[in-house]
Design a protein around this ligand. Structure first.
Ligand code: ARG
Length: 570
């Protein structure tokens, strides 16, 4: 339900304007005391050859309806909604399953490249952001009618695997960290780069091992497979905690036998040129550096694999749209990739989109794998959960299944804290601030949801209102009890949910949903603090509980779409 739409539909019978023109012209008065919707009459002054004030005065009676009252205020027509009537109408619509989600996807298949960490390296904070943003988009887009497919594009190929094997053979026996192979791999990687400065033969060995790997040498493959399975086991622990799953896990190596075809196609189309021994696609017109397809030694690179990947995702996986949730530092790479596809005459190149995001710092610290300055994400999550447990012990020491709830709150805080900001912004992440039940945080929203559930349980206990506020139960006939300003503001937030979802999907911006949930939780809490919900008047109580319950449903669904759990009790 949108008031603007209702008003526009009425006004098109009164003014010489279409519904669409009216929708564009209607405004929301800055001050709610003036009304819920306003129409600026000056846009009609020329057409009707009268002053805006005259138009407002003359048309006010014609614009009136059972759903609102209309007042002429200077050049404006101000519409004040009939609150209880509209609330009743909305709840009745929900009852008939008509409250719904916007359907904008039309069943189109969207392939989302997300997470995509690198084998034998720590799962980086950028990969964490990609996982959380990608996961939220996966669910939001699905909700609004797309068919979403997630792919984890593991970095499992490249010359670094030659280095890893060489390092493993040199020092593998020294560096064992049985409980955490990734830490051992990181130590090997760092050691390799340190030692190679004074022992150039190491680089030589590394190159040899990579050549063997490329040639399918069984010993090289055995080492490589070990790296992969160790890394996958570690990554899976994180995915499990975050509740993330992938429809496909296809490493870069999956495309090894598909790259030649891509390069051949470029060749056939006359797009490939030589440059310093390398084969490239020039992008001079766009003033971009050329996209390198084959290095001077004939080796393929990241871009070549991504080209083969895109072709596969479109031709074989039948993706209508390809999204890449990858840090903004790779913007140039994706611009080049999409331009090359465009040069190849692929009309769907326009449906490829890089969904970039900014850097994340942990407590002000930037991290780099090379130097071994890594924050292990397990530790970050553990720390968040520990903070959550401390808070729960303060607030509700007798809570059942405390550890489970702390896990949901701690992890939820991290996810929500990440998704709260427009994704392109840099995030400075501070665990203590994020795991806070006050402020604009995940735990605040979770706590608001739990508060609503506890209210409903209490109503059932005290008054036997088992269907208290039941959306599917009978509707109270009168909503006057919730039509005060606090109830009305909460109601207005509630009905804005489909629009928030639509915008989050359209702009690929989970932060719009996060923002919405914070606002909704705040509106509910204001309502809760100002209105006595557990009144003895059954009809009033039912109306209030119904509003609370509807808010709870939105909070729960919204959190779920973001990949955040909503415990019933905190
Ligand atoms: N593994 C890459 C990295 O860590 C990210 C891969 C992103 N996806 C892609 N199709 N290029 O930088």
């Amino acid at each position: 339900m949108s008031f603007m739409k209702l008003v526009a539909q009425k006004l098109q019978t009164v003014f010489p304007l279409s519904e669409e023109e009216l929708l564009l012209a209607l405004e929301t008065p800055a001050n709610e005391a003036f009304g819920d919707v306003a129409f600026p009459c000056f846009i009609l002054a020329k057409k009707l050859k009268r002053s805006p004030q005259q138009i407002a005065a003359e048309f006010a009676p014609l614009a009136a309806s059972d759903w609102w009252s209309v007042h002429a205020e200077g050049p404006y027509l101000n519409f004040k909604m009939n609150r209880p009537r509209l609330m009743k109408r909305w709840f009745d619509e929900q009852l008939s399953g008509n409250g719904g989600t916007p359907s904008v996807g039309g069943g189109k298949r969207v392939i989302i490249d997300m997470s995509s960490p690198n084998i034998a390296k720590p799962f980086g904070i950028g990969h964490l952001r990609s996982t959380m943003i990608g996961h939220a988009l996966y669910r939001i887009l699905r909700k609004v009618g797309y068919e979403t497919v997630s792919v984890n594009h593991l970095g499992d190929w490249g010359t670094q695997f030659g280095k890893m094997i060489a390092a493993h053979l040199e020092w593998g026996h020294e560096i064992v960290a049985a409980d955490d192979p990734i830490k051992a791999y990181l130590a090997l990687y760092v050691k390799f780069h340190e030692e190679a400065k004074s022992r150039p033969e190491l680089e030589l060995q590394a190159r040899e091992w990579f050549a063997r790997l490329e040639a399918g040498d069984s010993q090289a493959l055995a080492y490589w497979n070990q790296f992969i399975s160790d890394s996958k086991t570690e990554f899976q622990k994180l995915y499990d905690r975050l509740g993330v799953h992938f429809d496909y896990v296809l490493g870069e190596s999956f495309y090894n036998d598909k790259m030649d075809a891509a390069a051949d196609e470029l060749e056939r189309l006359g797009l490939l040129e030589e440059s310093d021994g390398a084969m490239v696609v020039r992008l001079d017109e766009e003033e971009l550096p050329p996209c390198i397809i084959k290095k001077s030694d004939g080796a393929s690179i990241y871009a070549t694999r991504d080209l083969a990947t895109a072709l596969y995702r479109h031709d074989v996986m039948k993706g209508d749209q390809l999204l890449y949730v990858v840090g903004s530092e790779q913007s140039l790479h994706f611009r080049q990739l999409f331009l090359v596809l465009d040069r190849m005459g692929k009309p769907w190149a326009k449906q490829c989109k890089h969904v970039p995001f900014g850097l994340m710092r942990l407590n002000g610290q930037k991290m780099s794998t090379r130097k071994g300055q890594v924050v292990f994400l397990e530790d970050v999550l553990d720390e968040a959960v520990r903070h959550a447990l401390l808070k729960i012990n303060e607030k509700n020491p007798n809570l059942e299944r405390k550890l489970e709830v702390a896990e949901a709150v701690g992890i939820g805080a991290v996810v929500f804290g990440d998704l709260k900001h427009s994704r392109i912004l840099e995030v400075d992440f501070n665990i203590a601030d994020t795991v806070n039940f006050e402020g604009e945080t995940g735990p605040y929203v979770q706590y608001s949801y739990a508060r609503i559930q506890s209210l409903l349980r209490k109503a059932a206990r005290q008054y036997g209102d088992h269907s208290a506020g039941e959306i599917n139960g009978t509707s109270p006939s009168d909503f006057t009890a919730v039509s005060s300003d606090y109830g009305w503001q909460l109601f207005k937030k509630l009905i804005a949910y489909p629009e928030a979802l639509r915008q989050a999907a359209e702009r690929l911006e989970p932060s719009l949903l996060t923002r919405y949930l914070i606002d909704l939780a705040q509106s509910f809490n204001r309502f809760y603090h100002h209105e006595r919900i557990m009144t003895d008047n059954a009809e009033d109580r039912q109306a209030k509980l119904k509003l609370a319950k509807a808010a709870g449903q939105r909070l729960q669904e919204g959190l779920q779409l973001l990949g955040v759990q909503a415990p019933e009790e905190i």
